[in-house]
Each structure stands twice: as structure tokens, then as C-alpha cells.
Design a protein around this ligand. Structure first.
Ligand code: MF3
Ligand code: CO
Ligand code: CO
Length: 326
């Protein structure tokens, strides 16, 4: 198919006509779900504002252990929620599964009551097809051929762990599954580019050309973020190259890598709910996300469950696919 990237046209998997989608219409959003009082809330839920440090989140052994716990729960919630994705299932039903899993593990869903212009009302974000991010779970049933990103953030032990994956609903055409596979690989390649002492922009230097080489755009405005005792902290992790991103990676730093790739024109508008970002052309977009820690050797993915499993991919996949760079 042909996709316009700047002034160049690029060929990638499948047939462009398969990518046309109806816009995702907002559905009904159910009332907020309860979290047992025994589960500790992040500061912003009660006060409406973040009181913890928004600076770099750098850990010692003790705080990294707590990060591992939060990330392990997030990975487990994502696996269980992703396993329920099927035609006919509503995004509200996915939210319920996620919500119950956080609670089972004693974690608070970080997005529930997260402040913005309006408090976010649900325990995950579910972004379908041409929704780039921050879709709110509602009563829309998923349809065969849709893709849905489920974005999970767990708060436990005073730490947030953040991870997301894009799931295919039933059979998905080749053009769309190519987008999903490329986004997953781009995320993992970005993580593999992290080395202590190297500048932050190394991540974007890998992701942006990799996506462009397959004919996809990368959303500029949304990036990854430092994460730890604060949900969204420094640095802002760009997935598009900015020369000024010179901050050196530091051993113990935790942040997310979470590129959003687009098939059409990356212009989007916020829905009336104050959250959902809809691509104007409704062409599908995909996203994957991991929380990582910088190690002396590179970066370690923290968002894996107790068995080392994750729905968002492991660095081993890159070695397995080495050689097929384009
Ligand atoms: N989990 C998202 C991220 O990756 C943030 C969602 S905030 C919400 O940073 F309020 F929209 F849920
Ligand atoms: Co997230
Ligand atoms: Co994030």
C-alpha cells in the first residue's frame, strides 16, 4: 500500500483500502467503579494534584524492588485483559476485568480519578482503530477486524507501573496487522537502544526511521515519561528525533517507551469527553508501552508478570527477528 510520509510515498504491507475505518463513536460510560478502602490511593485521587516529585525517577535497590512489584501487577492486568479481547466484547467489559485484577493484587488503577481537565473515569484506556490514545471504556462492542490498545497503569507500594499493547479483534487484515507488528517491534527496538551515558534521543533515532521505513508516521506530541512515585514525571521521552534531547540515561532511571504509529495523516482532535484523541482521517493507529529501568548494560523491561510474561513483547523477540530490518 502507499502511505504519504512528508513528500515521499512508501510501500508497506497489505492493501491501503483495507485501512479505511468508520470513526469510533463515543458510547455510554458507566459510573466509576469502587476500589476497597484498604488499597492505598495515589495523592492526586484525594487532593486533585500531584504532590510527589515530578523530577527524574532514579531508584536505589529498595525503591526499584517496589517498582518491580507495581510493574508486575500492570503486566498481569494487561495479560488478563488482553486475553478477553474478542468480537462482541465491550471495552467496558475489558475495564471490569482489568479493575478486578488490580484489586485482586491490592493495586489501585492509576488512571481512575487521574486529573486533567476532567478526572479520568476508568481503570484502563481502550483506544480502538483511529483513536490514538486515552479512549474511555464504554458500551461499544469490539468488531471483527478492529484493533484495540489497552493501556494499564497500576499503583502499589507507592509506585506506578505503566504498560500497554494493541490487540487484534478476531481476524485483522494484513495492512492493519502489519501496523501492529511494526509498532511492537519499534517499541522494543527503542528500548534496546538505551545505554547509560547515551542521550535520550537514541530512542527516537531508532523508532522514527524504523517506522518511516515501513511507511508509518510517529505521533509527535505524545511521548513516554519518567515514572515511579509519580505517574508522569521527567523526562518527556520523545519518539520523534529532537536534537535537544541530550539528557544522558542514568543507571536506575525509570521511564516508559510508548510510541504511537499511524497509517494515515497524524492529525487528531480531542473528543467532547475531554480525553479521547481521534485521528481526523480515522485510519488505524497502534501503540505499545513498557516501563523500563536503565541498567549498566542497557535497559531492562520491568513490566513483565511473575512468570516473566508480557503482552507488550520482550527483547528476545528482537534477536529472533534480527536480519529482517525492513
Ligand atoms: N497510561 C497513559 C500513559 O501511558 C496515561 C493515561 S492517563 C488517562 O501515560 F488519564 F488518560 F488515563
Ligand atoms: Co500507559
Ligand atoms: Co505511559
Amino acid at each position: 500500500m502507499l502511505v504519504r510520509i512528508g513528500r515521499k510515498f512508501k510501500r508497506c504491507h497489505g492493501d491501503v483500502r483495507m485501512l479505511q475505518r468508520d470513526p469510533v463513536e463515543p458510547g455510554r460510560v458507566s459510573p466509576k467503579r469502587d476500589v476497597p478502602d484498604a488499597i492505598t490511593r495515589p495523592d492526586y485521587v484525594a487532593t486533585g494534584s500531584v504532590t510527589t516529585s515530578t523530577g527524574l525517577q532514579v531508584h536505589d535497590e529498595e525503591s526499584l524492588d517496589r517498582m518491580r512489584i507495581a510493574c508486575r501487577v500492570a503486566a498481569e492486568v494487561l495479560l488478563r485483559t488482553g486475553a478477553a479481547v474478542a468480537p462482541g466484547v465491550t471495552t467496558e467489559e475489558l475495564d471490569v476485568i482489568a479493575h478486578e485484577t488490580y484489586v485482586e493484587f491490592g493495586a489501585y488503577p492509576s488512571t481512575l480519578g487521574y486529573g486533567g481537565r476532567r478526572d479520568y473515569p476508568k481503570s484502563v484506556c481502550t483506544s480502538v482503530n483511529g483513536v490514538v490514545c486515552h479512549g474511555i471504556p464504554d458500551d461499544r462492542p469490539l468488531k471483527e477486524g478492529d484493533i484495540v490498545n489497552v493501556d494499564v497503569t497500576a499503583f502499589i507500594e507507592g509506585m506506578h507501573g505503566d504498560t500497554s499493547a494493541t490487540f487484534c479483534v478476531g481476524e485483522v487484515d494484513e495492512a492493519t496487522s502489519g501496523l501492529v507488528a511494526t509498532t511492537r517491534e519499534a517499541t522494543l527496538r527503542g528500548i534496546a537502544a538505551v545505554k547509560p551515558g547515551e542521550p535520550l534521543r537514541r530512542i527516537a533515532e531508532v523508532i522514527e526511521p524504523f517506522a518511516a521505513g515501513r511507511g508509518y508516521g510517529v505521533v509527535r506530541e505524545y511521548g513516554g515519561h519518567g515514572i515511579g512515585e509519580t505517574f508522569h514525571a521527567a523526562p518527556h521521552v520523545n519518539h520523534c528525533v529532537l536534537p535537544e534531547d541530550t539528557l544522558p540515561f542514568q543507571v536506575g532511571m525509570t521511564f516508559t517507551v510508548e510510541p504511537m504509529l499511524t497509517t494515515g495523516v497524524a492529525t487528531y482532535r480531542q473528543g467532547d469527553d475531554g480525553w479521547t484523541e481521534h485521528l481526523v482521517d480515522s485510519m488505524p493507529s497502534a501503540q505499545f508501552e513498557h516501563t523500563v529501568v536503565v541498567t549498566p548494560q542497557g535497559a531492562e523491561i520491568l513490566t513483565v508478570n511473575a512468570d516473566g510474561r508480557t503482552a507488550a513483547g520482550t527483547l528476545d523477540e528482537l534477536t529472533a527477528s534480527a536480519g529482517s530490518t525492513n
